[in-house]
Design a protein around this ligand. Structure first.
Ligand SMILES: [Mn+2]
Length: 197
């Protein structure tokens, strides 16, 4: 059974189309017209082992915010749809990723309950055409839409490009582990990962 979802999210602010295949081989094509967002979502999908196409036409004449947020929401919603009742997944995942001097840690629980804790500690205003606050917001939006607890901490690093990229790579590796198909039922003593406490 393939775990895939079509991405089609249209608002007055953004138009997003694409395709997500969870059990892919890292074939990734992301085109949001924001270079650094392409770089981060591309790294996320590649290191998570997904096949992903994602194209966004957003209101960049306003700023980068809607494009960044909505791409993350569309991707998170696609992850959520591929999982259905969330049976047969590992559910938990954690990873560290370095990029030279930078080191990031990501811990995920595909619990059905959205809880982002994103601490990137970036000091620059922007990276490329992407505000650094938008990078944090991307991971928050991803966790909200994918309905998972996602804790990302950049533990050290002097270069903000490195800090951000390490954070997205660690998130990718943690998600890869949590999304792994291990068989069996819903991995919860409650018997459901529907999202109610
Ligand atoms: Mn880079």
């Amino acid at each position: 059974m393939t775990r895939s979802a079509t991405i089609d999210r249209q608002t007055r602010e953004t138009r997003i189309t694409g395709q997500l295949e969870l059990d892919g081989s890292g074939e990734v094509r992301v085109a949001t017209r924001i270079g650094f967002l392409d770089h981060m979502l591309g790294a996320l999908a590649f290191h998570a082992g997904w096949d992903l196409t994602l194209e966004c036409r957003g209101d960049l004449e306003v700023d980068d915010h809607h494009t960044a947020e909505d791409c993350a929401l569309a991707l998170g919603e696609a992850i959520d749809r591929t999982l259905g009742e969330r049976a047969g997944i590992r559910r938990f995942g954690s990873a560290h990723a370095p990029l030279d001097e930078a080191l990031a840690r990501a811990v995920v629980d595909l619990s059905g309950r959205p809880w982002p804790e994103i601490h990137l500690g970036l000091s620059r205003e922007a990276l490329g055409g992407l505000a650094c606050e938008s990078l944090t917001h991307v991971l928050i939006s991803l966790a909200m839409a994918a309905r998972c607890a996602l804790h990302v901490d950049v533990l050290r690093g002097a270069n903000d490009h490195h800090r951000a990229e390490a954070a997205f790579k660690a998130t990718a590796l943690a998600l890869r582990e949590a999304l792994a198909s291990v068989g069996g039922g819903v991995p919860s003593t409650k018997g459901s990962l529907g999202g109610t406490p």
